[in-house]
Design a protein around this ligand. Structure first.
Ligand code: FAD
Length: 292
């Protein structure tokens, strides 16, 4: 089912993002995690797409194996820099033939092992170009999501410019957006106010990152311009030598964020699962009633 219809028909709900399994033999573990999280009756589940199309086949395989194993709405992430119109058309045709009707349309980043990759060359420059391209060719078949950045995308010159660029993606035909992770809800609420001022009226799902490994999260944050609140740094200080202490503190923090979002009328939460169910389970357990 198309996500735009799911969001129209469902009052509240969660969605889960996975990356395609890499190691031989990890497919079984992956599908078991998907099945375990399926008990939350997710709005949809999505599978990421590696920089420059590096996971094209694995992303496709993961999506098809989810469709085979569980009755879930699926969405493929799809990046466009370095891609050609021909390669994107062939992916879209294949998705259509396989009943994959939701795409998260992204620009993507230069692959880390290609230092001289020139982002400005090529047939697609921005995610908006991909949204436009899909809309020109799809007769409304796909529901299209895009990325949004409460603390602004690292390359954007200002919050204002970044939200103008989001508006362009909406005008090109995006049905919904998912945010980059954030650890202070004030960024999300402020972002939603600014989106409203720019007449952005599509659903914008907050991206929720469970914290279980604080160093890894800090590394992610440094790439993607998400900040760690001082209060969280302070809470982490006394437990930094204890993986269990970090996990407990991280889950308390992110669980508190989710509770606050739901109590303030946010209807949907999009979880970056990192292909693990345990932290998501712990965050969602106490929120059962709020998600009804
Ligand atoms: P865009 O919307 O094109 O924006 C990129 C930059 O260009 C921004 O700074 C924007 O302000 C600027 N910009 C846009 N339009 C214009 C214009 N007309 N003129 C000037 N500047 C402009 N990456 C992956 O490789 N695979 C994934 O599966 C993946 N999944 C993601 C899921 C989510 C929910 C999010 C939030 C991000 C994901 N990413 C993924 C990361 C994403 O690819 C990067 O953040 C990338 O740097 C930007 O992609 P975008 O689609 O937001 O790009």
């Amino acid at each position: 089912m198309k996500i735009k219809e799911v969001l129209r028909s469902r009052g509240r709900g969660v969605s889960f993002e996975f990356f395609p399994p890499k190691q031989p033999g990890s497919e079984v573990f992956f599908i078991n995690v998907v099945k375990e999280l399926a008990r939350y009756d997710p709005l949809y589940v999505s599978v990421t797409y590696g920089a420059g199309g590096s996971t094209r086949d694995r992303t496709r395989k993961a999506l098809l194996s989810i469709k085979k194993a569980a009755d879930l709405n699926v969405m493929s992430h799809l990046t466009c820099i370095g891609a050609t119109a021909e390669s994107i058309t062939s992916i879209l045709d294949d998705y259509r033939a396989n009943g994959i009707d939701n795409i998260l349309a992204l620009r993507g980043d230069a692959p880390r092992d290609m230092r001289d990759f020139d982002i400005s060359r090529g047939e697609f420059r921005y995610a908006r170009d991909l949204v436009e391209f899909i809309r020109k060719h799809d007769d409304g078949y796909f529901s299209i999501g895009v990325a949004a950045y409460p603390e602004k995308h690292p390359e954007a010159p200002s919050l204002e410019k970044d939200i103008e660029h989001l508006k362009m993606k909406v005008d090109a035909g995006a049905d919904f957006a998912i945010t980059q992770m954030f650890f202070d809800n004030a960024y999300y609420y402020d972002f939603m106010d600014r989106a409203l001022k720019h007449a952005i009226d599509i659903p914008i799902l907050p991206g929720i990152m469970p914290i279980t490994d604080f160093n890894r999260i800090k590394e992610f944050c440094s790439f993607c311009n998400a900040s760690i609140p001082e209060s969280l740094e302070k809470k982490m200080l006394p437990v930094l030598d204890s993986p269990d202490g970090i996990k407990k503190t991280g889950i308390e923090h992110v669980g508190g964020q989710c509770e606050d979002l739901l109590r303030n009328g946010v209807k949907y939460l999009h979880f970056y699962t990192l292909n693990r169910a345990d932290a998501v389970n712990e965050i969602l357990k106490p929120l059962k009633d709020l998600l009804k």
